[in-house]
Structure formats: structure tokens, C-alpha cells
Design a protein around this ligand. Structure first.
Ligand code: PEP
Length: 255
């Protein structure tokens, strides 16, 4: 049985003081016995503060990126040791904004996935097609390519700790969501790819999220789909009210 995961990617938003305000308000609104796992992904500068606030309340913490080297002359980068010191248990890897704006390639994404897993932090590997690929019906090709390279060199045990996030680029921050049925079809295709690359048991165990303009109105339909195990939420995770509605909806449909 795969446990639902509702992740909020704050991107480059919220200072530690704003993080404090968000978390205190969110805790007032979210069901205290929420059935889904809730994960916050604040910017690096808020991780330490968020980690202290979240440690006692059963909400998971993750980072939006990492560097694969353990330390040294890598100006501006953050290691897994630093993330662990802030109580991070997850890290996003290969988010489309990093792939497109910062030119992260498949080799770098793969190194980050391997480094996260080796440290005990669960990577959330983001995959998804561009609008052009979507229109040209090349989504499957793009996603399989990203999976093959992103998970290269991972054995069965390590792969089991990975979460996959399917995020079509044309749906991120645009207000356009893939229909629940279309998201289900793609995520089912990812599960089948995992069954071939590893085996059926891993394919059934691994959690796969949908991301791209998720909001309180479309969450239930997405989570009703048999292969969608949770949501990765950007814009709608910035408001404690909206994110709590999404988390509560996921918690209800998980029971
Ligand atoms: C994201 O950035 O991962 C994302 C899904 O953003 P949004 O929900 O704003 O589309």
C-alpha cells in the first residue's frame, strides 16, 4: 500500500519569518490526524527554521535541490550533509525550472539522485514533457529518456526510495492541468516502465506524484486515479489556507 504524499514546492519564496507565519497558520488548518504524508520544500535559507518547527508535528521537510559532491570548492552549492543537518528527508531533483533555466542535464540530475539516495535522503525525480513534445505526441519518449538517465546506476533497493513526480512543463504555473485521466495514463506508463526496468514489485511500491497547476478543486479527481499517489504543488502551496485544503482533501481520499 503506497502512502499518499502531498508536497509543497515553495520555489524562491518565503523568508524564515514568512516560513514561521505559514507553518503556524497551516498547523491550525490541517487535519491533526491527516492520513496523507505532508511535505514542505522551502528555500535553503528557511530549511533550518522549518526543520525545528516541523520536527515535532509529523510533517516532512525537503529541499528543492542539492549538489552531488560531499563538500569542497563548489561555490553556492549545498551538500546532503547540510540538508540532513536541517532534518531534510526528501530533495527535489531535476525540477523543470532547473533543467530549463539553469541548464541541468541528465548526467547532473543522475549524480544528484545517486548522491541523495546514498545519503539516505529520498530524491523526488521530476520528469515531464514540454508543450511542443506534448503537441507532437512525444511525451512518452521524453519521459522514458529522463527515467532511463535519471535512474541510471540505481539498484532495486535504492530505486525503491525514489519518488517520481510527473510534471508536464505546459502545466507548471500556467493554470492548465492535465486531465486526471491523461495524468493517470502517463503515470501508468511510468509504472510500466519501472516494471520492465526493475520488476513488478518495485513498480507497485514506488510513489508517483502529479504536479502542474494542482489546486483544491482538481486534487480529488487526480487522487482518485489508481496510479497517482500524491501531488507536487507549486503556486497553491504558498498559501496556508489553500495548501491545507489540498492536504485535507488528500488525507480524506486516502482513508
Ligand atoms: C511545480 O513547480 O512543481 C509546480 C507544480 O508548480 P505549479 O503548481 O505552480 O504549477
Amino acid at each position: 500500500m503506497r502512502n499518499r504524499l502531498v508536497a509543497g514546492n515553495w520555489k524562491m519564496n518565503k523568508t524564515p519569518a514568512q516560513t514561521d507565519v505559514f507553518i503556524n497558520r497551516f498547523l491550525e488548518l490541517v487535519d491533526s490526524n491527516h492520513a496523507a504524508e505532508i511535505l514542505l520544500l522551502p528555500p535553503f535559507t528557511s530549511l533550518d527554521w522549518a526543520g525545528k518547527l516541523l520536527a515535532a508535528v509529523g510533517i516532512s521537510l525537503g529541499a528543492q535541490d542539492l549538489y552531488f559532491e560531499p563538500g569542497g570548492p563548489f561555490t553556492g552549492e549545498i551538500s546532503t550533509e547540510m540538508l540532513l543537518a536541517c532534518h531534510c528527508s526528501y530533495v527535489l531533483v531535476g525540477h523543470s525550472e532547473r533543467r530549463t533555466i539553469l541548464n541541468e542535464n541528465e548526467t547532473l540530475v543522475n549524480r544528484k539522485v545517486l548522491a541523495a539516495t546514498a545519503s539516505g535522503i529520498r530524491p523526488i525525480l521530476c520528469v515531464g514533457e514540454t508543450l511542443t513534445e506534448h503537441q507532437q505526441r512525444k511525451a512518452r519518449e521524453r519521459i522514458c529518456f529522463q527515467l532511463e538517465h535519471g535512474l541510471a546506476g540505481m539498484d532495486q533497493q535504492d530505486a525503491a526510495s525514489v519518488v517520481i513526480a510527473y510534471e508536464p512543463l505546459w502545466a507548471i504555473g500556467t493554470g492548465e492541468t492535465a486531465s486526471a485521466q491523461a495524468a493517470q495514463e502517463t503515470i501508468n506508463m511510468i509504472r510500466k516502465w519501472l516494471a520492465v526496468a526493475y520488476d513488478d514489485s518495485l513498480s507497485r511500491r514506488i510513489r508517483i506524484l502529479y504536479g502542474g497547476s494542482v489546486n483544491p478543486e482538481n486534487t480529488a479527481a487526480l487522487l482518485d486515479q489508481p496510479d497517482i499517489d500524491g501531488v507536487l504543488v507549486g503556486g497553491a502551496s504558498l498559501s496556508p489556507e489553500t495548501f491545507a485544503q489540498i492536504a485535507n482533501c488528500a488525507g480524506q481520499s486516502a482513508t
